[in-house]
Write a protein that binds this ligand. Structure first.
Ligand code: PHE
Length: 458
């Protein structure tokens, strides 16, 4: 396929739901509650929201305008806007990062599918706190089952991608996202009305500022990047399918509101249910264990007198995770597929097949790192942990930093203004503030995050 020979999203709703589908994922339902639990509850949430407004929104707007202006894959976009420079590497880095995230993210996505099936077959009934770590441990270290789920999940993503932008990404987003909202709302209502749930609600809305220190600020920033799918050209790629009349700033606002809303609601599902079951989430609940060990137990305890409710709650929760993960894996896959297809002139199907096959191979290594390959470590990390750390904690922030430097310093100001105002039709009174953030605030702040990862700063 050549740059320019492509479909656009068919409707404004399609644009918002597809972009929100990318943003809303395991990051909201799995990672956000863990970060909130560990970093002081409401105080962390407040910081997180500040990070979304100050850093997330300007960088998302930059990705949108770069993609929409060029109508090209992320590497092609930088090449077109900065010909004969090294900026194209920002796009290529994004493709590489997305590819890495997709490989390990699909492993966890596969686990959510197994748990949806376990929940549906009522495998959790009557199980106690001792049983769940064993169930999860046996599953994750099994050499076959998680690998088969990983392959199934990637093949499902592949099928959607091969169908194209309109009948694949847009159509599925329009079905899956409303389903996700409905499940979220039902689960929140069930959770906050449990006896003793108010303590969990209080934890989420009453800030304790004494908990805030530099590492909490940095965690909030990292979470904002991951959750908004920023820093790897994902939203830049989706924006390349936006029409000329799409209001970019409004779309940014919609996506950020939806993403934050779902993250907060995930908190309102998990904490009230946990507190009601007499389970205050502690440091030992970090990582995969939260949704695969702690929560199935919490659901059993919280609805102890009503097994039917425990059943429905668990099934809906894991379906929610599957749906959220799928709309995100689709977006990561698209970045790499359209890159291969346009840059190496190959059909969409062929490009998608190459990406799916390579991700399956890498994903298998990530998956086996919970079992037979557990002893294989680099810098003291398993393959899965290494992929997670390198992509989310280093490559995404580095990508985000270069995107903001590109938009703030390199991009022609008139082009920038034309894109966000749709050629002068929409007002953009925030333009100067936006440029200031992109030039100075965002790059410096992100630099701090990265240095902190290596223990240089704090
Ligand atoms: N934002 C997604 C989530 O919250 C993860 C993601 C990261 C998706 C980067 C695409 C790109 O789960």
């Amino acid at each position: 396929m050549k740059i320019g020979e492509r479909e656009n999203f068919g409707s404004k709703l399609g644009v918002v739901l597809a972009a929100a589908g990318s943003a809303v994922g395991l990051g909201n339902i799995w990672r956000f509650p863990i970060e909130t639990g560990q970093n002081g509850g409401a105080a962390f949430i407040l910081l997180y929201i500040i990070c979304i407004i100050v850093l997330g929104m300007p960088i998302m707007l930059s990705e949108f305008l770069i993609g929409r202006h060029t109508h090209a894959n992320t590497a092609g976009a930088y090449r077109m806007l900065a010909p004969r420079t090294q900026w194209k590497w920002v796009g290529r880095l994004g493709v590489f990062t997305g590819f890495m995230i997709l490989s390990y993210y699909s492993v966890v996505a596969g686990w959510t599918a197994e748990y949806a099936v376990l929940a549906a077959s009522n495998a959790f009934e009557g199980k106690t706190i001792e049983d769940f770590p064993r169930i999860f441990g046996e599953f994750a270290s099994n050499p076959w089952k998680p690998v088969l789920w990983l392959i199934a999940f990637l093949v499902l993503t592949h099928v959607v991608i091969v169908r194209g932008v309109n009948s694949g990404i847009e159509k599925f987003s329009k079905i899956l996202m409303p389903l996700l909202f409905i499940i979220v709302v039902i689960l929140v209502i069930c959770s906050v009305t449990l006896p003793g749930a108010s303590k969990g609600v209080e934890f989420l809305i009453k800030p304790d500022f004494s908990k805030i220190d530099s590492s909490v600020v940095l965690s909030a920033m990292g979470q904002a990047f991951f959750s908004l799918s920023l820093g790897m050209g994902c939203l830049c790629t989706y924006a390349s399918y936006f029409g000329k009349d799409t209001n970019l700033a409004k779309t940014v606002l919609n996506v950020c509101v939806i993403d934050t809303f779902v993250a907060l609601m995930a908190g309102f599902i998990i904490f009230p249910a946990s507190f009601s079951a007499g389970y205050a989430l502690g440091p030992e609940d970090i990582g995969p264990s939260l949704i695969f060990i702690t929560l199935p137990n919490v659901f059993q305890q919280a609805f102890a007198g009503a097994p039917v409710l425990a059943y429905i709650f668990s099934v809906m929760f894991y379906i929610l995770l599957v749906v959220a993960a799928l709309t995100s894996t689709i977006s990561m896959h698209e970045v790499a597929t359209i890159y291969l297809s346009e840059e190496f002139s190959m059909s969409r199907r062929k490009a998608a097949t190459i990406i799916t096959s390579c991700c399956i191979v890498l994903g298998i290594f990530c998956s086996l790192s919970f079992g037979v390959l557990n002893g294989f470590r680099m810098w003291d990390m398993t393959i899965f942990d290494l992929f997670d750390f390198a992509s989310s904690n280093i490559l995404l922030p580095v990508g985000g930093m270069f995107i903001s430097l590109f938009a703030g310093w390199h991009l022609d100001k008139q082009l920038f203004r034309d894109e966000i105002t749709n050629g002068g039709i929409i007002r953009a009174p925030y333009f100067r503030v936006l440029l200031f953030i992109l030039k100075y605030v965002a790059p410096l702040a992100i630099c701090c995050v990265i240095l902190n990862q290596f223990g240089v700063l704090f």
